[in-house]
Design a protein around this ligand. Structure first.
Ligand SMILES: C[S@@+](CC[C@H](N)C(=O)[O-])C[C@H]1O[C@@H](n2cnc3c(N)ncnc32)[C@H](O)[C@@H]1O
Length: 234
């Protein structure tokens, strides 16, 4: 019997946002895998730390910080290590920050292992939902279309996407924040845009976007939410 590959969403930071299902599955898994920076701790692992089974074998996928850089060799090696356990009948739980299928690195393991082994994905609370909740910012109402925009996209594309949107979430900010600020200002949306860093983590910070844009090193784990009508209820 082959083992099952579990993609477990662990939510964006607050350990209380893990689902009961993720906690239950984690408790009976003896092999866990997770993305991690080249050096230092894995965010997904630290969110789930209280529920990790004692003595579990751990596979850290050490990825370069720049998410634009492809890391095929890391995923290839990780998939080989995971496949070894699955083929031997051991389940493997891949911890995924937020939701596994929403810009998650789990996708690249899934691409390599789906079809060869049973797979079960457990959705997680996405950062977009947690940011909206923390900011008290209703995302959408009635027939609004919501656009999710990765900030590394070129400035003119961000402008085109934002110009056609009633509601938007702008992710992966980091050094791209000033570019996004320029677009929001040109479209007259800067005033109503709201901004949050590291939602649910001990160093969560909500501050005016006009202040954050002056930061010499804006964080990657941050998000802008904006609605054309100011508030979705208008
Ligand atoms: C590669 S995507 C991963 C998204 C994740 N799978 C999810 O469902 O939220 C990383 C981006 O998600 C957003 N993000 C993830 N965690 C966050 C957090 N704790 N606070 C604010 N934004 C976060 C940031 O915009 C970050 O650049």
């Amino acid at each position: 019997m082959k083992g099952t590959l579990f993609g477990l969403g662990v939510g964006p930071g607050d350990p209380e946002l893990l689902t009961l299902k993720a906690v239950r599955l984690l408790g009976r898994t003896t092999v866990i895998a997770y993305p991690a920076p080249l050096e230092g701790d894995s965010m997904a692992r630290s969110i789930a730390a209280a529920h990790l089974p004692a003595g579990a074998e751990e596979i850290a996928l050490r990825l370069p910080f720049d998410p634009a850089k492809r890391a095929d060799d890391v995923y290839d090696a990780g998939a080989v290590a995971i496949a070894g356990h699955l083929a031997a009948g051991r389940d493997v739980a891949v911890l995924c920050e937020g939701d596994p299928l929403f810009y998650g690195s789990f996708l690249y393991l899934l691409a390599r292992l789906a079809g060869r082994f049973p797979v079960e994905v457990v959705p997680g609370v996405s950062s977009m939902m947690a940011c909206a909740a923390a900011l008290g910012h209703p995302l959408t109402a009635r027939d609004d279309a919501l656009v999710v925009i990765p900030a590394p996209r070129p400035e003119e594309e961000i402008e085109r996407l934002l110009a056609g949107a009633e509601a938007a979430a702008i992710m992966k900010l980091g050094r791209h924040l000033p570019k996004v600020w320029r677009v929001l200002s040109r479209l007259g949306l800067a005033e109503q845009a709201v901004y949050i860093e590291r939602v649910g983590l001990p160093n969560q910070r909500i501050r005016p976007l006009a202040e954050a844009v002056l930061d010499p090193a804006p964080p990657y784990f941050a998000m802008i939410l904006v609605h054309r009508r100011g508030k979705a209820w208008n």
